[in-house]
Design a protein around this ligand. Structure first.
Ligand SMILES: CC[C@@H](C(=O)O)C(=O)SCCNC(=O)CCNC(=O)[C@H](O)C(C)(C)COP(=O)(O)OP(=O)(O)OC[C@H]1O[C@@H](n2cnc3c(N)ncnc32)[C@H](O)[C@@H]1OP(=O)(O)O
Ligand SMILES: [Co+2]
Length: 134
């Protein structure tokens, strides 16, 4: 079961510059910065009520964030839903015909296991499932 919008991922060219911008916009500083080498990203997280804003800067030319910015420019990159059990939810969504981009949950930022759905099957919105591993 999906329980809430966990975060909104925003692709940015320069994390330091966007951290300043979002600190002014939201009135709070990021509560953490974290690199996820396997995804080719550096991230920062802002808490907004019960949900979060995740800023992502690509750290290599092959990074999905670098490629996204080259094609579409900076902006909303993905929508992440918190799930109670990522294995059950992946199985349910697969049976519903969605295309999983990873067959096995993988480590994400902020103590999560994550899985992505291909945007071609979700009205061009990249969807991330995430489960807390705290
Ligand atoms: C920090 C970890 C984690 C967390 O804990 O929160 C993250 O959030 S990591 C975020 C970065 N990681 C990912 O995005 C992994 C999942 N993404 C992918 O596997 C790929 O990016 C992709 C979605 C499969 C696309 O890869 P690829 O096919 O190699 O790229 P193309 O540039 O050729 O795009 C093909 C097609 O898809 C469209 N596209 C790409 N990204 C998005 C997007 N974010 N939202 C919507 N659409 C997207 C792209 O425009 C192309 O469309 P067409 O041009 O119409 O063919
Ligand atoms: Co994310």
């Amino acid at each position: 079961m999906m329980t809430q919008v966990e975060h909104i991922g925003i692709a940015v060219k320069d994390l330091a510059v966007s951290n300043e911008l979002f600190t002014k916009l939201l009135g709070v500083k990021p509560y953490k910065e974290e690199g996820v080498a396997s995804e080719g990203v550096m991230t920062s997280f802002f808490q907004v009520g019960k949900t979060k804003i995740e800023l992502l800067e690509g750290t290599s030319p092959e990074s999905p964030i670098t490629k996204f910015i080259e094609k579409k420019g900076e902006g909303i990159h993905h929508l992440a839903f918190e799930v109670e059990n990522i294995y059950t939810e992946m199985e349910r969504l697969k049976n519903e015909g969605f295309t999983l981009l990873n067959e096995v949950p993988k480590p994400g930022a902020d103590n999560k296991l994550v899985c992505f759905l291909h945007p071609k099957g979700t009205n061009s919105v990249l969807v991330e499932l995430c489960q807390n591993i705290d």
